[in-house]
Ligand binder design. Structure first.
Ligand code: LLP
Length: 423
């Protein structure tokens, strides 16, 4: 099933033409298919079958209120990594008892807010963090529920910048330290260790590393529980990748089989933290060609979106498919183009030497698989207001984040008294 059909010669998102959206909000803009998100969520849940699982959507992938609420209405919880994300999850109606708080650098004020909200668990990654949490909870006369995130020292076989489960990464507690860690935890009155957690990295497409990581996690869990620690939950993290180009989709059924194999007979509750899998292929960044420039060595398509809107190609050399909004025949003549933005850096590039049917000024292009780590990583570099966002459902659509106007952009700044000549 495709959520991006060509109809009447033009690319649509569900039942809405991209031309109509471009006319409504201008370009560039993000648009998301609600049905694609719902389908991804239900396929994830269906694959887990009767496992006692809570799916906590990782907000960092796309934290628009409308997106969070779409998942919350389907029963999802939330994986948050900051007070901002925590507040976003609560504002979108995610029950506190379905929220897990991850991240290596939680601050006492953030811990306090999360404790007041009554979240399900804090995923703790170091002793100083555990001590801080205990102090904050104690001051409130409460006890914080904790899962200890282990570092399984497993290579997730993904891009180095998004790999998190190797010994040299900053994440998690190394397995040999864990027993000592638990002994220290037992001395702290403000925390109660109720589970273990793991997360080996993002855009994981070969599911085998999960097997090793989960086996290590479960072996530890069983050993510690047998030794008398009252552990109840395993947080299996997120990271399951998506197909950015043909043929590279990880197999959700195999992933679920690996989970089932690892936890067989253990009898504990499970938490999952998918982000990209739920939103990545639900979004497009739509942009308009400004100029086509014939350089000596290359042919450049200069578009009105830029690295400030979608930084993944710049940051990770990530591939995103690019589709012309005008339908083309499979045997249309193609040319290799560099698709670049207007920002004053050579790193402002969406695709290099990409083979596309002839592109002309004013043509609309859709940059695919932009629903995760797109809008959330946007900035206003070069004083470009980040692209607005639209959510589509069938024939309906709504602007879920308008474009910031220039007054708002400039109005973020304040002049010190000695420069302010307005008074
Ligand atoms: N849980 C934890 C503890 C995480 O650190 C992450 C992602 C997730 C869950 C969700 O991972 P996902 O299911 O979305 O792979 N900006 C990068 C991705 C960074 C991911 C960081 N952590 C990108 O654009 O590829």
């Amino acid at each position: 099933m495709t959520f991006y059909p060509y109809k009447n010669g033009r690319l649509h998102i569900e039942g809405v033409s991209l031309d109509e959206l471009a006319a409504r909000v201008g370009t560039p803009f993000y648009c998301y298919s609600a049905s694609a998100m719902e389908t991804a969520y239900t396929s994830f849940v269906a694959a887990l079958g009767d496992l006692p699982a809570t799916v906590c959507y990782a907000l960092k992938a796309n934290s628009n209120q409308a997106v969070i609420k779409t998942f919350a209405q389907l029963g999802a919880g939330a994986d948050v990594v900051s007070e901002g994300e925590l507040r976003r999850a609560l504002a979108a109606g995610v029950p506190a008892k379905k929220i897990v708080f991850a991240g290596v650098g939680k601050q006492p004020s953030e811990m306090a807010t999360a404790l007041d909200a009554g979240i399900l668990q804090f995923n703790v990654e170091s002793l100083p963090e555990l001590e801080a949490l205990s102090r904050v909870a104690q001051e409130k006369g409460s006890v914080a529920p904790v899962a200890l995130r282990i570092n399984p020292d497993v290579d997730a076989l993904t891009h180095a910048k998004i790999s998190t489960g190797k010994a040299e990464n900053k994440f998690g507690i190394d397995i040999p330290s864990l027993r000592g860690f638990l002994a220290s935890a037992a001395e702290l009155p403000g925390v109660r260790v109720e589970g273990l957690a793991v997360h080996i990295g993002s855009q994981v497409t070969d599911v085998n590393p999960y097997r090793t990581a989960f086996e290590r996690l479960v072996a530890l869990f069983v050993e510690l529980r047998d030794a008398g620690w009252p552990l109840e939950r395993l947080d299996m993290g997120g990271g399951l990748g998506i197909a950015y180009r043909d043929g590279a989709a990880p197999d959700i059924t195999r992933y679920a089989e690996i989970v089932r194999g690892a936890v067989a007979g253990v009898g504990c509750k499970l938490i999952f933290e998918p982000g990209r899998f739920l939103t990545g292929n639900a979004g497009l960044l739509v942009t308009r060609t400004v100029y086509v420039k014939h350089g000596t060595a290359r042919r450049f398509v200069i578009v009105d979106a830029a690295m400030n809107d979608l930084i993944r190609p710049t940051l990770y050399d990530a591939w995103h498919d690019i589709l012309p909004v005008a339908q083309f025949s499979p045997d249309a003549a193609r040319e290799p183009y560099d698709i670049v933005g207007p920002i004053c850096e050579s790193s402002d590039i969406f695709a290099e030497q990409r083979s596309l049917p002839t592109v002309a000024p004013d043509d609309l292009l859709a940059i695919c698989s932009s629903g995760a780590y797109g809008a959330v990583m946007a900035s206003s570099y070069n004083s470009r207001p980040p692209a607005p966002e639209i959510l589509v459902r069938g024939k309906d659509y709504a602007v879920i984040r308008p474009r910031m106007d220039y007054d708002a952009l400039i109005g973020q700044d304040r002049l010190p008294e000695w420069l302010d000549d307005s008074q």
